[in-house]
Structures are given as structure tokens and as C-alpha cells.
Write a protein of this length. Structure first.
Length: 207
């Protein structure tokens, strides 16, 4: 069993959160994809977020018609800064023999040294790295020996790069567009856009 775990604030959930993951699903042989909305991310502790209820709902609306894709409220229920290592400890206890792949964008690579208990994270899972743009981001020297091919990865301990199409969109840009009255319908799922409109989300500036 191979499980992809995608963490983030998802404020709002958009095509860039979903399309690249679906594009590499077969290559990585994921049987399950799990989205985990963060209560608050450690590197974005000053960001004012939309309520967890809304962010969870938008993630569900974007994915509920897709097979074996789920949204977990575990970090929202925890109600504290969301550390990857804590979530992976829970998931490893639930799936002791599975391959756990924590999915990140390549722009996160340079920050890996600052992640809480990074060595323990590698004992629990792999990192699968998706391209976010056109400029390559280097793997910190300390972790370069962990880089391998997707088909050769084990249940934990590796870093693999997936060949995905980059989707040039961000939640920050979507929020800006909504505040400015610019179109965003092509950037989010139709049901997510209706939810945003119905609940009048992002009408005021979020820092």
C-alpha cells in the first residue's frame, strides 16, 4: 500500500493542489491520496487564515468525486501548530507497513533543515517533490544521498522527484483576484467557486 499525504493550508483549495498530484499518481503507484488541512503551519504562523471549517469543506468539495482521495481533519482537530512529524507518527501507527509519501513542492526543499525532527520524518516517510515552477530548487547537501528514483523508493527515508506539469497558480493570487473582482473560476473546482461565492469568502484582505 502506498499513500500520498498532501499537507497545506488550502486557503482556498485550487487546481495547483490537485492536478499535479493526479498527474503523477500512476507513476508513484499511490493507492490512496490524503489531504490534510493544517490548523496553522509553522512557517506561516503570522498568516491570518480562513476558518478550518471552510478550508476543510473546500478541500472535500474539490475531491469527493475522485476515487480513493480523502480529506483528514486530524490537524484541524488537534488545534495547534501543525507539525509534519506529529501527523506522520499518527499515520505510521495506523499503517505500519505502508509506504508513506509526504508530498511537497520543490520550493520547500531549501527549508527541510528547519523542519521539526526532520531525521524522524525520514524514519517515518519519504518526500515526493513536485515542480511548482520553472526554476529548480536544490536539495540540501545533507540529504542528497537520499535522492532516488520513484520506482526504487522504500517505505520511508527517500526523496524522489515526480515528473508533473507545473500549475502556475497560488492561493495568494486567488485571494487577490477575488478581492479585485477578477475571474478565478478556471483556477478552482466549480463547487469550490460556488462555495466561496455563497459564503462570501476572501472579500476582505488576508495578510
Amino acid at each position: 500500500m502506498k499513500i500520498a499525504i498532501c499537507g497545506g493550508t488550502f486557503d482556498p483549495f485550487h487546481r495547483g493542489h490537485l492536478d499535479p498530484v493526479l498527474a503523477v499518481r500512476d507513476e508513484l503507484q499511490w493507492s490512496t491520496i490524503l489531504y490534510v488541512p493544517a490548523w496553522r503551519q509553522p512557517f506561516k504562523s503570522e498568516q491570518r487564515l480562513t476558518s478550518g471549517h471552510h478550508r476543510f469543506a473546500m478541500a472535500v468539495l474539490a475531491t469527493e468525486s475522485l476515487e480513493d482521495i480523502y480529506v483528514s481533519p486530524r490537524e484541524l482537530d488537534r488545534g495547534a501548530i501543525s507539525y509534519t512529524v506529529d501527523t506522520l507518527e499518527e499515520l505510521r501507527a495506523e499503517h505500519p507497513t505502508a509506504t508513506l509519501d509526504w508530498v511537497i513542492g520543490d520550493d520547500n526543499l531549501e527549508q527541510l533543515m528547519a523542519w521539526k525532527n526532520i531525521d524522524r520524518i525520514f524514519e517515518l516517510a519519504n518526500f515526493v517533490v513536485l515542480a511548482r515552477g520553472f526554476d529548480p530548487h536544490p536539495v540540501p547537501e545533507r540529504f542528497r544521498h537520499r535522492v532516488g528514483r520513484p520506482e526504487q523508493r522504500r517505505r520511508n527515508g527517500g526523496i524522489v522527484f515526480a515528473a508533473n506539469p507545473a500549475v502556475p497558480v497560488s492561493s495568494t493570487e486567488i485571494r487577490r483576484r477575488i478581492r479585485a473582482g477578477e475571474p478565478v473560476a478556471e483556477l478552482v473546482a466549480p463547487r469550490v467557486w460556488r462555495y466561496i461565492q455563497h459564503n462570501r469568502l476572501y472579500q476582505e484582505a488576508l495578510t
